[in-house]
Design a protein around this ligand. Structure first.
Ligand code: F6P
Length: 543
């Protein structure tokens, strides 16, 4: 840590202490230009961050902090294809997947544009074959239903995008998702499908993830159980993997294995062939619009001044709330039912990327890293967890996400939705005092009621608006959060692109599975795990 870092951190800490007695609503009273001055636009998105506990000076210092952490240099390193994912020795170039065709991005001195375009051409061929009924299954019937089997980054992005966009851009193919190893997930999905008409996409960067492999085997058994024994099941499978040999070993014909690359992290992969279910659900042209929206945000991130840079602003406001004002979590609340999967998607993006405790220099981090991300759609969540935001004891910043137009809304609905979103943001900021509330009667309970009804306010929020939910705006929105996550990782000085923490649980699960197979409970377990496993072995249903 240099003298500049320490000076900036000390100054920002002093400013944060001042917020014990300052209020956001008073800043609006003192400064008529606040709403305009704290709003920025890029790639079709508008970010109003005026309802945060910060002023111009705080913002200036936060941006200086980002500069002091070498943000510009780190962005340049990412675009130059340097192995910035140091613990895995990998470049991080998901931006190449949506870059314009003439880009010259490289990994280890090799241009990657041609390969990316080749895969997109193969995706388009698959999409067109299925949409035109030209892809037939083992019995000669056209395939009409597609089941994506994948988990984590091989599921969340495609699932979110399909849910968000398929109503407006329907296609002749119906796309389904299976991710959980809970047999109920695949069981429910297959119950409504006809084997002769079903195509499975096995989506797994590693092609070793146990949940995905078990679901893939169950899918194959389901086909085998009903299709004639002599038929070749190859026509019912497509695989997407960075390890194509494993997919071929599983039985997917080599011509139906689409590659991805180790320079694309799982949680950044919906832009790659992992996005095939999106292209099938909404059409390849609309998938290209999704990429174009992300590319517009990439260009903005790469070129805009830090003070106008949406991902940088969102990141530094998050750092201010987490590290200086003490927020332990933040909520993401889309006022758009079709974005119901956004919080789950962002949980993986932000918490798997930045839930880290060791710096790039192999030292313990000095501050908290990723806050806990949670959320749900408005207005539903107003009738669930918003009570805690209004009257609980914690500081919980909120990202409100608001499309200004919804072509599917019957008259009156969108006005009410927007009114609720703006009202919640306003109420969280202004609150109301006990003194402003009338005493109802003269019983003791009536006299004390205003205390129970008062809300302190001063809860910070961002408001992200866009015209309407389209492939382009969704692409820009997701790229915004991707880059925000990267910027925060730079300031926390951590590697946002590995996920070693998930290894231990996977290894222990394998040990437990081995013990279940042998029926022997290992003595190395703690007493609680031993007791639970013994109970399970006594009660489990026979296979
Ligand atoms: O949870 C760990 C993880 O490796 C994620 O990073 C990844 O998105 C997910 O598992 C699925 O991995 P794969 O695509 O290799 O099956």
């Amino acid at each position: 840590m240099t003298g500049t870092h320490n000076r900036l951190r000390a100054e920002i800490t002093t400013l944060a202490n001042g917020w014990r007695t300052r209020r956001i609503d008073q800043l609006f009273e003192q400064d008529g230009a606040r709403a305009t001055d704290f709003t920025r636009e890029a790639a079709g998105l508008t970010l109003d961050f005026s309802k945060n506990r910060l002023d111009r000076h705080t913002l200036k210092l936060l941006l200086e902090l980002a500069e002091a952490h070498g943000l510009r240099g780190r962005i340049a390193e990412m675009y130059a294809g340097h192995p910035i994912n140091k613990t895995e020795g990998r470049a991080v170039l998901h931006v190449a997947l949506r870059a314009r065709r003439d880009h010259d991005l490289q990994v280890a001195g090799v241009k990657i544009g041609v390969e990316v375009e080749t895969v997109k051409t193969r995706m388009r061929e698959i999409v067109e074959a299925l949409h035109h009924g030209a892809w037939v299954g083992a019995t000669g019937l056209p395939l009409t239903d597609v089941v994506n089997i994948g988990i984590g980054g091989s599921h969340l992005g495609p699932f979110l995008a399909c849910e968000a966009l398929q109503d407006e851009h329907p296609t002749p193919v119906k796309v389904h998702f299976v991710s959980n190893v809970d047999g109920g997930d695949i069981g429910r999905c297959l119950a409504g499908l006809t084997p002769a008409r079903t195509l499975f996409i096995i989506a797994s960067k590693s092609f070793t993830t146990p949940e995905t492999m078990l679901n893939a085997h169950t899918a194959r058994q389901w086909l085998q159980a009903t299709l004639p024994s002599e038929v070749d099941l190859g026509a019912h499978f497509v695989a997407i993997s960075a390890c194509p040999d494993r997919a071929i070993d599983f039985g997917v014909p080599a011509t139906r294995v689409l590659p991805m690359w180790d320079w694309v992290g799982g949680r950044f992969s919906l832009w790659s062939a992992i996005g095939l279910p999106i292209a099938l659900a909404i059409g390849m042209n609309h998938f290209e619009h999704l990429l174009a929206g992300a590319e517009a945000m990439d260009r903005h991130f790469h070129t805009a001044e830090l003070t106008d840079n949406l991902p940088v602003l969102l990141a530094m406001i998050g750092i201010w709330n987490t590290n200086y004002l003490g927020a332990e979590s933040f909520a993401v609340v889309p006022y758009e039912d079709r974005l119901a999967q956004l919080p789950a998607y962002l949980q993986q993006l932000e918490m798997e990327s930045n839930g880290k405790r060791v710096t790039l220099n192999n030292e313990a981090v000095e501050s908290h890293t990723a806050p806990i991300l949670w959320g749900g759609v408005g207005t539903n969540v107003q009738h669930a967890f918003f009570q805690l935001l209004h009257q609980g004891t914690r500081l919980v910043p909120v990202d409100f996400i608001l499309p200004l137009h919804n072509p599917f809304s019957p008259p009156g609905h969108h006005d009410m939705l927007v009114a609720n979103c703006l009202a919640q943001a306003e109420a969280l900021m202004t609150g109301r005092t006990a003194e402003s509330l009338e005493v109802r009667g003269d019983t003791a309970a009536d006299i004390d009621l205003p205390l129970h009804r008062a809300t302190p306010g001063n809860q910070p929020s961002n408001l992200l608006m866009f015209d309407s939910l389209t492939p382009h705006t969704l692409g820009a929105l997701l790229a915004l959060y991707e880059h925000k996550t990267f910027v925060q990782g730079v300031v926390w000085d951590i590697n946002s692109f590995d996920q070693w923490g998930v290894e231990l649980g996977k290894a222990l699960a394998q040990t437990l599975l081995d013990e279940m197979a042998s029926g022997q409970v290992g003595t190395h377990h703690d007493g609680s795990t031993r007791a639970a496993l013994s109970r399970y072995l006594r009660r489990r249903s026979p296979d």
